[in-house]
Ligand binder design. Structure first.
Ligand code: ADP
Ligand code: MG
Length: 626
């Protein structure tokens, strides 16, 4: 319990004891009894009266504070109006008391569940060990500068992103990816913050500041995600704008119309009964359960998804994701591993090893999977100072100067645009043509492998009711078609530049019914425009790629395409919980409202019903986490 909650508890106790004493001790003087009751009422209700008053001044008249204030002040006015000897103000005090108890409970429950959701994604590092004069000192991760060497012992969390300078170990990445399989790392590997170091001591040279590191970015994303409102949340706030005035008008009608009829019919207006019913009606109408449970359900859904390695950037995307009917994939790095192997070097005009050396050197600054693969195939250390004037052309390749020779390296599109004649290749694979100083120098055949889960993921998507799966790739026809066939995709388009991918996605967006949504799944490398254009952009390969985290709406923490299926499942469950809560609260509300209007339910019942509904709705919301 925090300070604020404790204060409320003390007020509840004082006011409750006073209420008890007023009823137990026989107080002769009506005035004394009235004054004591009013004091008890103010102790428990002053803040609500104040909020209601401020609300009226600021123009948001119809909130729950207003409803409580009007109802209780009305009840007090009724007692004074009836001018009864016993001066019974119990009801007004009791209503405020129950309301405050309910609020307190809900405050604690909501705080608890938010905390537990955040704790489940326990990736925030508490400290970093830095080495000074052969001794380790613990500092806060924020203080560590880029390029410092930190030491992570077994059992500790990696506090900052960096590269291992010495040591081997296994990492537990489950908090980031939901994957329980440990990951082996050794000298030279990049590691990201938030993983737990399990076996060996690692010396890591940091490559990012804390605020730029993966753990901080993810925490930031999740903490801010619930501020992006979804349609259902919007619906609730729009609804409240109609609902509350409607309820207030109904209450007014309930207070005035029946007595007027009574006067006409029997001369006895019976004002107090109907005013009381109108006040009860107001108390019942308070939509607390909805107001609390819906954002909480979304928050729990987001938390549940991130536990599984699916980062969703806002509750609006949860809703869109649940309606996904068309899934469009990028090939390289998304459905395939993007780790190419060099299978052959053909038609080389120079020594094959030299061709590979030029290729790898020219690509040494590129982060494209092809570039990385060429560097790996070359194997030796690359002298980056030999490279200058690099021009990377998305979807085609790259041109750079190496030792003052112009190296052009890429697909047939690049060769065509440079008017360089090339030899066709008959091997299956991605063909990388190389030209040196505008002279064709040969090609390198590389091949990628499909991710082990790609085929299962596509089948599972179909099972979930996804109507169409499409692959868009910049790669050549032969490779594209063989991968699409293998994986069971419905449609494939190849040899596309990034801009062509946008055109294709726009066409698909037009073809599908407006209600169903289209998701684009890419690896974040030159897919940013399509990721933004799709109804929902899902980025793969978040382990490392910043561009992906920025551009996408959903980030899959490991490169596993099966996580798309998981994400859709979680989003659907979360949305159905939201609807359950909406329907359930409304049902109970309307029954109570009807009972209140005909005088069966009194104010106490009303409050109990409200608190009860709220508790059930909150418990239901927490289910989204599981
Ligand atoms: P995908 O759509 O499959 O993800 P990209 O759009 O990244 O593929 O690239 C499409 C094609 O462009 C590649 O298959 C390759 O032929 C060529 N290409 C792109 N970047 C490079 C590069 N850095 N080096 C060589 N070729 C490249
Ligand atoms: Mg790609």
């Amino acid at each position: 319990m925090n300070k604020k909650q404790k204060k409320v508890l003390i007020r509840i106790i004082i006011s409750g004891v006073m209420l008890l004493l007023i009823n137990v001790i026989p107080i002769e003087s009506l005035i004394l009894k009235t004054v004591l009751s009013l004091i008890a009422y103010l102790i428990i209700g002053y803040d609500i009266l104040r909020k209601a008053f401020l609300g009226i001044i600021h123009g948001n008249v119809f909130d729950e504070n207003f409803l409580m204030a009007v109802a209780t002040i009305g009840a007090i006015a009724l007692t004074i109006y009836k001018n009864e000897k016993d001066g019974d103000y119990n009801e007004a005090i009791m209503v405020m008391l129950l309301y405050q108890i309910g609020e307190l409970f809900q405050n604690i429950a909501v705080g608890k569940s938010r905390k537990s959701i955040t704790a489940l994604m326990d990736i925030r590092p508490d400290y970093a060990n830095i080495e000074v004069n052969n001794e380790l000192t613990q500092v806060s991760p924020e203080e560590v500068k880029v390029g410092s060497t930190i030491v992570v012992k077994p059992g500790e969390k990696i506090p900052l992103d960096g590269r291992i300078v010495s040591g081997t170990s296994t990492l537990n990445t489950s908090a980031l990816t939901g994957e329980s399989l440990p990951k082996e790392v050794s000298t030279g590997d990049d590691v990201i913050s938030g993983c737990i170091n399990m076996t060996g001591v690692l010396r890591i040279k940091t490559t990012k500041e804390y605020s730029e590191s993966t753990a901080a970015k993810i925490l930031d994303l999740v903490e801010n995600a619930s501020s992006r409102k979804s349609k259902s949340e919007d619906f609730i706030s729009k609804f409240a704008r109609i609902y509350t005035p409607a309820v207030c008008l109904s209450a007014l009608a309930l207070a005035i119309l029946p007595p007027v009829f009574n006067i006409i019919l029997s001369n006895d207006a019976n004002w107090s009964t109907w005013v009381y019913r109108a006040l009860t009606f107001l108390v019942i109408s308070c939509p607390c359960a909805l107001v609390i449970s819906i954002p909480l359900s979304f928050f729990a859904g987001l938390g549940g998804a991130s536990r599984n390695g699916v980062l969703i950037k806002g509750s609006n995307y949860l809703e869109t994701l649940s309606k996904t009917k068309v899934v469009v994939f990028d090939k390289t790095g998304t459905l395939t591993k993007g780790v190419f192997e060099v299978n052959g070097i053909h038609h080389s005009e120079i020594k094959e090893s030299e061709l590979l050396e030029y290729a790898a050197t020219a690509e040494s600054y590129s982060s494209h999977p092809i570039a990385k693969s060429l560097q790996r195939a070359y194997g030796k250390k690359i002298d980056k100072t030999r490279v200058k004037d690099i021009k990377e052309i998305s979807g085609e390749g790259l041109i750079a100067k190496v030792d003052n020779l112009t190296i052009a390296i890429g697909n047939t599109k690049l060769m065509n645009s440079l008017n360089i004649e090339y030899n066709d290749c008959h091997s299956i694979g991605t063909i990388i043509h190389v030209a040196i100083d505008d002279e064709y120098a040969g090609h390198i055949v590389i091949s990628d492998i499909e991710k082990p889960n790609s085929r299962t993921a596509i089948a599972a998507l179909k099972n979930l009711g996804v109507e169409k799966t499409v692959m868009l790739t910049g790669d050549a026809k032969k490779v594209a078609e063989s991968v699409a066939n293998d994986l069971g995709l419905d449609e494939v388009h190849y040899e596309l530049l990034p801009a062509d991918k946008v055109v294709q996605v726009e066409k698909l967006l037009k073809e599908k019914p407006a209600k169903s949504k289209l998701a684009f799944v890419g690896d974040g490398i030159n897919d940013a425009p399509v990721l933004a254009r799709a109804d929902i952009g899902i980025a793969m390969g978040a382990l490392g790629s910043d561009a992906a985290i920025e551009a996408a709406d959903v980030v899959l923490m490991d490169d596993d395409p099966l996580k798309i299926v998981k994400g859709i499942k979680i989003s659907r469950k979360c949305i159905s919980i939201v609807y359950e809560n909406i329907i359930f609260s409304f049902l109970v509300k309307f029954v109570c409202l009807a009972l209140g209007a005909i005088g069966i339910a009194n104010m106490w019942v009303a409050i109990f019903a409200d608190v009860g509904v709220m508790i059930i709705a909150v418990l239901n919301a927490i289910r989204a986490l599981k």
